[in-house]
Ligand binder design. Structure first.
Ligand code: HEM
Length: 152
């Protein structure tokens, strides 16, 4: 019998694991002089929304698509933020610390998660250069990410 290969979502402890990761990460973001100004409009709902998004990307339920506007809404929430490469790099550094603190000690798992964030933050940075209200067309469905990277 072949064992069911676990999704990243399952391996990190489902949405509760992703909530812990998000909480730890945003605590650091909001204390960071380079990133705090970008998140001036931050609310607690942001942590829940990112946990729901990450759950879907990492192989859990498709709730972001069903309840929060899906891939297009995710992209739209970054319009107009003008994220610099320096800010993106700091975002990654703080996320690496949160991943080391909150995720299981499994190097393959941690690397796959950080690979997703490296990929996703580049998209966020590029979209953020476009003005608020920009028509993004219809993006593909919410990406799904596994231990081997982006799934087609
Ligand atoms: C893989 C990378 C990323 C993911 C998965 C992600 C995810 C999200 C999600 C789900 C939202 C919507 C939150 C909501 O509905 O309340 C959001 C908004 C936002 N994101 Fe990102 N994001 C990423 C990268 C970044 C980066 C690199 C920055 C800036 C350095 C950034 C800054 C923001 C800001 C300022 C908002 C609006 C916050 C607010 O509404 O209070 N994001 N992001």
């Amino acid at each position: 019998m072949t064992e069911h290969a676990k999704t990243i979502y399952e391996s990190v402890g489902g949405i509760d694991g992703l909530r812990r990761l998000s909480n730890t990460f945003y605590e650091a973001v909001l204390a960071d002089p380079l990133l705090a100004p970008v998140f001036a409009a931050f609310t607690a709902a942001h942590i829940e929304h990112i946990s729901i998004w990450l759950s879907e990307v990492f192989g859990g339920p498709a709730r972001y698509t069903a309840e929060l506007g899906g891939h297009q809404a995710l992209l739209r929430s970054h319009l107009g933020l003008s994220i610099t490469e320096e800010q993106r790099t700091r975002w990654m550094e703080l996320m690496a610390v949160a991943v080391a603190q909150e995720l299981p000690e499994n190097e393959q798992l941690r690397r796959a998660v950080m690979d997703y964030f490296d990929w996703g933050t580049r998209i966020a940075r590029d979209v953020s250069a476009e003005p608020v209200g920009q028509d993004l067309g219809v993006p593909g469905p919410t990406p799904r990410w596994g231990l081997d990277g982006l799934k087609e």
